[in-house]
Design a protein around this ligand. Structure first.
Ligand code: SF4
Ligand code: SF4
Length: 436
């Protein structure tokens, strides 16, 4: 079964409808005073987690205690972790993280250096459709599978840094310790819900190299607790390119391509994907779209304000090497880090498998939509009038969930009642004079 990291806490939900309009895939409805996530449509972007004033949307991550199930434990910190702390160097952060019960830390930022290196080389060797679209943000890849399937061939077929890190760290640990695969636990410290989901339901690979995903928020407080006990700094291996992936634009910089476009915030990304679909951006070589504002530093599981974290990353980068050697991990054709399962279009927007039935349903949706006020107010509990029309045809809602239609209906009924009341037989309570 498909795992979703974004879930609803029904007790906290007040049915305020704040979330339904912000969901980029129209995956939320409010019915009977509570939100409901349509699982098939949700891409775990985390937008509803950010906007819910009652904190009723919750990101499910793995329990830290699961580390106990493994003999050798490796932490994979996302580059955005480095922007969370005031006055801590990358070396301090890595040492404190390791003291939280890990045998080793392997930087996802270093894996980002590897992905940047592969990208630089592969775009010269292969004839990619332009613009090449980054595969790093899983929320954006899922969005494309659902809303922009014609752009799936533009997606860069390299594994995201987190999986590259998981693969290398696991292989090295097996060689070093002689332990079996199942005795080594690899744990990612994630800034976002989308990456939790992508580890549980990998995109473009058969199986993830990661065993568990911890929330950056949980790990943040553990690091602060351990800070003073960490024995020594760990020498970090990543360069300013790899660390730069924490911020929007970091991946684009690493490609060395001249004509890159990076856009953050899922609604902004949707606008650009629409333009790409219309063929308006064929002159762009590389498009980096990130669901979160600011990039991964703005993920819903981070702690620091995303502007502050972004600034810290910029400052940390100033002290790092411009680039780093990654060749020891890479085969000539890069095959071990390429996606090897073809991406599939999501069929969640299909109305029915039977094409005739789907056409009839579409006609009914159009008719109902025309009869609705077109205000997209959301007070019916669906994100807009078209979504309500679709819900009615699918049998999930009634036309009279629309407050305006309900008002009109009540008015008509009231007029009918009034007419009927005049027709009441005189024998019932009338004191009209009876003529002989
Ligand atoms: S996580 Fe994103 S796609 Fe899923 S329900 Fe929330 S806003 Fe919609
Ligand atoms: S931008 Fe980064 S943090 Fe946000 S959803 Fe995408 S991968 Fe996750």
């Amino acid at each position: 079964m498909y795992f979703h990291s974004v879930t609803l806490d029904r007790d906290r939900c007040k049915g305020c409808t704040n979330c339904i309009k912000r969901c980029p895939t129209e995956a939320i409805r409010v019915r009977d005073g509570k939100a409901k996530i349509i699982k098939e449509k949700c891409i775990d972007c985390g937008e509803c987690v950010r906007v819910c004033p009652y904190h009723a949307k919750v990101v499910v991550t793995d329990d830290i205690g699961m580390m106990e199930n493994y003999k050798y434990r490796i932490a994979l910190p996302a580059p955005s972790l480095y922007g969370q702390f005031k006055d801590m160097t990358i070396g301090d952060i890595l040492a404190s993280l390791q003291s939280c019960g890990f045998d080793e830390v392997f930087e996802v930022a270093y894996a980002a250096d590897i992905v940047s290196y592969i990208t630089r080389n592969i775009v010269k060797a292969k004839d990619y459709k332009r613009p090449i679209i980054s595969s790093a943000c899983p929320a954006i890849v899922r969005l494309i599978q659902q809303r922009f399937p014609s752009l799936m061939d533009n997606i860069l077929d390299i594994m995201p840094p987190v999986e590259v890190a998981g693969k290398i760290a696991r292989d090295e640990a097996k060689k070093k310790t002689g332990l079996k695969d199942e005795e080594i636990g690899v744990f990612f410290v994630s800034p976002c819900a989308a990456k939790v989901t992508s580890v549980k339901n990998p995109i473009g690979i058969e199986k993830s190299y990661i065993d568990g995903v911890f929330s950056m928020r949980d790990v943040y407080s553990m690091i602060l607790d351990k800070r003073k006990f960490a024995e020594k700094k760990i020498e970090h291996t990543s360069s300013m390119i790899g660390v730069g992936w924490a911020n929007a634009g970091g991946e684009s910089y690493g490609t060395s391509l001249e004509n890159c476009l990076f856009v953050d915030g899922i609604q902004n990304v949707i606008g650009v994907l629409e333009d790409i679909e219309l063929g308006k951006l064929d002159d762009i070589d590389f498009f980096e779209g990130l669901a979160c504002v600011g990039g991964c530093v703005g993920g819903p599981l981070t702690v620091a304000n995303n502007f502050i974290a972004r600034n810290r990353i910029m400052k940390l980068k100033e002290k790092l090497n411009k680039d780093v050697s990654v060749k020891k991990y890479i085969a000539v054709d890069f095959h071990e880090f390429m996606l090897n399962v073809k991406l599939k279009k999501s069929d969640v927007l299909n109305l029915d498998e039977d094409i005739d039935k789907a056409i009839d349903m579409m006609k009914s949706i159009d008719e109902i939509y025309k009869s609705l006020p077109g205000l997209d107010c959301g007070s019916c509990g669906s994100p807009g009038c078209r979504a309500l029309a679709e819900d009615v045809v699918k049998g999930f809602a009634s036309e009279y969930d629309c407050i305006f239609k309900l008002k009109d209906r009540i008015k008509i009924l009231a007029e009918e009642i009034n007419k009927l009341s005049i027709k009441i037989p005189p024998v019932i309570g009338s004191d009209k004079e009876v003529k002989p």
